[in-house]
Design a protein around this ligand. Structure first.
Ligand SMILES: [Zn+2]
Length: 131
């Protein structure tokens, strides 16, 4: 992989990391506000609380997911520094460029990723967010 390509991936990873971090912060703040309203009671009835609880549950899940992706991005940035970016951590083969464009923090080639997911399905809760 050329230094330009490395630079491009680094830039897009940093950009993506920032977006995720901003979004997580926003969700955390919204969650805190919502929990505070629960604590002080805000004149909402049981149905409101049910909706709020559901929203909080989803926000919590999203924050967990985003935090994990941020960690994956940090790992990918480390791999760029170490010069191992784009190599499958399992078999050592190059990860296809198209796959890296779609998932720049991918650690495994498509084949190894499939094996990983068969052993340990990571994204059962997020069918639309498979990596
Ligand atoms: Zn592999």
């Amino acid at each position: 992989m050329s230094p330009e390509t490395h630079r491009w991936f680094r830039k897009s990873l940093i950009q993506r990391r920032k977006e995720l971090a901003d979004n997580s912060q926003h969700l955390v703040r919204a969650l805190q506000t919502s929990k505070l309203q629960h604590a002080i009671g805000s004149g909402r009835d049981a149905a409101d609380f049910a909706v709020a609880n559901h929203d909080e549950h989803l926000s919590g899940k999203r924050i967990t997911y985003q935090t994990r992706i941020i960690r994956e991005i940090d790992d990918a940035l480390k791999r760029i520094d170490e010069g191992t970016f784009g190599c499958c951590e399992d078999c050592g083969d190059s990860i296809l460029h198209d796959r890296l464009l779609a998932v720049p923090f991918a650690k495994f080639c498509t084949d190894c990723q499939e094996i990983q997911e068969r052993v340990r399905p990571l994204h059962r809760d997020h069918p639309g967010m498979s990596i």
